[in-house]
Design a protein around this ligand. Structure first.
Ligand code: ADP
Length: 416
């Protein structure tokens, strides 16, 4: 039997999933983030602990491994791959200090023009005393992959998008090349491309086959999309977590910086999407998860609520309405809590439908099916309300674990 291993380094912990040739899960293991003094040593420990937790009989037949990391979590390494400073995490905003300078360099509205982009982080890191020792700039997934295959300076085009890599032409753009950054930017491969065999020390320690390969990785949110089962143009995944995130698979690339819309490349297709500030965090302001479940059962999902809210925690929205002054709209509030919840769920569903309409108006393929992930996915009443608003089938994701999506990525490229 051949097995495939996907490893997810997400925001709340690290997980690993082993699948067989039929994409069935053989084992899942996890490693929660603990209080640690060094980020890189905790990543390394998490990786090795996860590998050790996989039963030996599976490890002996793993053909390929891929890793996903959080997007724009980056670090500088020396010639031997040792980090020269603390990594900057995905949400680290210190890049805001170089945004002005970046605006003079990058094309208007480019994805790199954000305080948390990989390129903003790299430009910020250039003033660190440790920068002199650095030879390579890597993303979290690149460095973790290096620990397994031993090759430095390799990334994938999902992680490299926010570094400014041109995912359409598959090269670094001229404006980026002309900066002559005094450090090696990663060589960028399609996600899932086999990079090399597992280092001998690793295969001896964990009893992987000698020809087990490590593949180029991806980011955690794309891995979660891959896990859903969506694969044809027109299929989408809505994530109903603290915020509302839409992703729609399309033949065309859609970008609009005003709404924070951009597209990742997915083979010959594009994964386009946007993120709204509405979502489950607003529901949590008013209801516990148990109340959400119980009150939802009292709602007649076939009937549209006439309450027209714009549920936000604070002023400001980007997608599908670009208005930094948009106020939360949560009135009138009926006395009956189920009626109030109905209004909230209906209003978020309308915003979701408006989001997909905007993506289609900007050129994305017609929506034909929506998978659902996140904490709100388990609410059947909401699914029915959404289906009525979206006018396409709303179905559960096959799986919502990024580690599972990454295992699929490892398998697909090997078996092509
Ligand atoms: P995060 O984006 O923080 O990872 P999760 O995917 O874990 O979020 O989802 C958490 C959200 O799910 C919470 O904000 C909560 O309001 C929402 N939620 C939990 N249970 C339900 C439910 N039964 N119906 C609707 N929403 C729910």
């Amino acid at each position: 039997m051949d097995f495939y291993l996907g490893i997810d380094f997400g925001t709340s912990g690290a997980r690993a999933v082993v699948i067989d040739e039929s994409a069935h899960i053989q084992v899942q293991v996890r490693y929660p983030w603990l209080e640690v003094d060094s980020l890189v040593s905790s990543w390394q420990k998490a990786l090795l602990t996860l590998l050790g937790q996989i039963p030996e009989q599976l490890r002996r037949e793993i053909r390929a491994i891929a890793i996903n990391g959080t997007s724009s979590t980056v670090l500088l390494c020396d010639v031997n791959g040792n980090p020269v400073d603390t990594p900057l995490l995905y949400n680290d905003g210190r890049g805001s200090l170089v945004l002005e300078e970046l605006r003079d360099i990058a094309p208007a509205n480019h994805t790199v023009l954000s305080a948390t982009s990989s390129l903003a982080k790299l430009r910020w890191m250039m003033q660190l005393p440790s920068f002199g020792e650095a030879r390579y700039f890597l993303h979290q997934a690149d460095w973790l992959g290096f620990l397994l295959h031993g090759q430095l300076g390799i990334s994938d085009y999902h992680n490299a998008l926010k570094l400014g890599y041109d995912v359409e032409k598959l090269k670094y753009p001229e404006w980026l090349e002309s900066l002559q950054t005094p450090i090696q930017l990663p060589k960028v491969l399609p996600p899932g491309t086999p990079i090399g065999e597992v280092r001998p020390e690793i295969s001896q320690q964990f009893l992987f086959p000698d020809d087990c390969v490590v593949c180029a990785g991806t980011t955690d949110s794309i891995a979660a999309f891959l896990a859903s089962g969506a694969k044809s143009p027109g299929e989408a995944v809505t994530s109903l977590g603290s915020t509302l995130v839409l992703k729609l698979l399309s033949h065309t690339r859609v970008e609009d910086a005003r709404y924070g819309i951009y597209s990742h490349r997915l083979g010959d297709l594009w994964l386009t999407g946007g993120a709204s500030n509405t979502g489950g965090a607003v529901l949590r302001e008013f209801f516990t998860d148990a109340e959400l479940e119980n009150l939802s059962r009292e709602i007649n999902a076939t009937k549209a609520s006439q309450l027209d809210y714009y549920p936000l925690l604070k002023v400001g929205e980007r997608f599908p309405i670009n208005d930094s002054n948009l106020p939360p709209r949560l009135t009138p509030r009926p006395d009956n809590p189920a009626e109030f919840l109905h209004g909230l769920l209906e209003s978020i569903a309308r915003i979701e439908a408006q989001g997909y309409e905007l993506l289609q108006k900007l050129g994305a393929d017609s929506l034909n099916q929506v998978y659902t992930a996140g904490g709100g996915a388990k609410n059947p009443t909401w699914a029915a309300i959404r289906q009525r608003n979206l006018k396409v089938p709303v179905i559960s994701s096959l799986n919502t674990e990024a580690a599972y999506g990454t295992a699929l990525l490892a398998m697909q490229r090997i078996r092509e």
